[in-house]
Ligand binder design. Structure first.
Ligand code: ATP
Ligand code: CU1
Length: 432
């Protein structure tokens, strides 16, 4: 099971994530709303893990804030400056990997603030990822039922959402599929197998061409089906195009709101898909997305992310599929859909619990508020130290005979902690 997932389900209301204290919490801690609690429920990580991660968290924060090296000696104290009060449930995100890797969340928040480009996968991310067959256009010499029966048989061993849609369509019509041999499915291209001694090929025009099948007789029909956003694939039987199958995947109800929010936050959205250009453009048009990268093979997805990064952009990538995993890992912030594959979740820094993209907007708002808060806290901590340390060292002694007594120094420390925590708690009121 995904430990990250459990983490959020166990959290009620607000959790104060203190990377220092966090690492020592091994027992589940019940937090009720309104109460400022510390630590998180996740007993399944080992002590070593946690100690290690605590180190990394510290380092990361220190590096990230570009603090002068000498402040390291106050790290325990400055540590209080890193308390981030997060309402994970409200944001709807969880750190993807094991809960012990809290630092990923920390890093993600830091990067998230700077994100200016969101590369977003189409199928399963912008759309529901539960496609259904909406039309079958057979070629001359073929019937709709025969195309569906052979296609469903050929796709039966495949786990691709398009394949599942075809199998389901056949089942719905009470069509029994035939056994297959020699099944293969090159990722991002299509599938082929032998059914009742016939060669059945399914996929893009390019894929069928690779198998010596010319789709020209049905190309126009396929394009027409694509005009309103459906995916159209071709079925080839015994070296000839037999039909085109339209498979539609509804846009998630929350997608338009998420896109509007992203626009408001000034984030550039790029749709990335392995699907056909015509389909991709139609969906993009419906959603008001200006930038599209279509017909991208799985192994090229991360190259698209890299390209944007080279242009100096800070890139977040949202995806759900196995073929999105390398791109998720390549992005500054990888965002997986909780409804998607485990591989995607493991490769991403954060997971959107219900696959709801509005979580990205909330996470971006939260990251800005959190990073601002952290900077303020660092300022507090710094000021107290900047004033307190020289006094304690006797700077004022020659003139006024003032020396900071250890008791007053300790009080100042405590006071600085109080202002820092008080400031961090304000994050609770941030509108997401
Ligand atoms: N099993 C399959 N059966 C038929 N066609 C397939 C199959 N697998 C891939 N294809 C073809 O390859 C294209 C790209 O597939 P790929 O899996 O990369 O993208 P996707 O998951 O459908 O979309 P997205 O990239 O938006 O998530 C599909 O649009 C389809 O034309
Ligand atoms: Cu996808």
């Amino acid at each position: 099971m995904q430990s990250g997932r459990r983490l959020v389900e166990d959290v009620e209301g607000i959790a104060a994530l203190d990377p220092l204290k966090f690492s020592r919490e091994l027992d589940p801690l019940r937090l009720t709303s309104g109460q400022l609690g510390r630590g998180l429920a996740q007993p399944q990580v080992t002590q070593t893990h946690l100690a290690h991660d605590r180190e990394r968290t510290m380092q990361r924060w220190l590096v990230s804030e570009k603090l002068p090296g000498r402040i390291n000696c106050h790290s325990e104290h400055v540590g209080d400056g890193f308390i981030a009060v997060l309402d994970l449930k409200r944001v709807g995100i969880v750190p993807s990997a094991v809960a012990g890797r809290t630092w990923i969340l920390a890093m993600t928040l830091e990067h998230m603030e700077k994100v200016d480009t969101l590369v977003v996968d189409k199928t399963g991310t912008l759309t529901e990822g539960r496609p259904a067959v909406t039309a079958i256009v057979p070629a001359l010499d073929f019937t709709e039922t025969e195309v569906l029966r052979l296609s469903a048989s050929a796709e039966r061993p495949s786990e691709h959402p398009l394949a599942i849609a075809i199998v389901e369509a056949a089942e719905k019509q009470g069509i029994t599929t035939a056994p297959v041999t020699d099944f293969d499915s090159p990722t991002g291209k299509g599938a082929f197998s032998t059914v009742e001694g016939r060669r059945v090929v399914l996929g893009s025009a390019k894929f069928l061409a690779e198998h010596g099948i010319d789709v020209a007789p049905l190309a126009e029909q396929a394009d027409k089906l694509r005009e309103d956003g459906a995916t159209a694939i071709f079925a080839g039987i015994d070296g000839k195009v037999a039909g085109t199958i339209a498979i539609a995947d509804p846009v998630k109800a929350t997608t338009p709101e998420a896109l509007a929010g992203l626009k408001e936050e000034g984030i550039r959205v790029v749709m990335l898909t392995g699907d056909n250009w015509t389909t991709a453009k139609a969906v993009a048009r419906q959603l008001g997305i200006d930038e599209v990268e279509a017909e991208v093979l799985p192994e090229q997805k991360s190259a698209v992310v890299e390209k944007f990064k080279r242009e100096g952009r800070v890139v977040a990538m949202a995806g759900d599929g196995v073929n999105d995993a390398p791109a998720l890992a390549a992005a500054d912030v990888g965002i997986a859909m909780g409804t998607g594959t485990d591989v995607a979740m493991e490769s991403a820094g954060v997971t959107l619990l219900k696959g709801d993209l509005t979580g990205i907007v909330r996470a971006h708002r939260l990251s800005r508020a959190t990073m601002r808060n952290i900077r303020q806290n660092l300022f507090f901590a710094f000021i107290y130290n900047a004033l307190g340390v020289p006094v304690a060292a006797g700077v004022l002694y020659p003139f006024f005979g003032i020396l900071l007594s250890p008791i007053i120094a300790a009080a100042a420390m405590a006071l600085s902690s109080v202002s820092v925590i008080g400031n961090a708690v304000r994050l609770r009121t941030v509108k997401l």
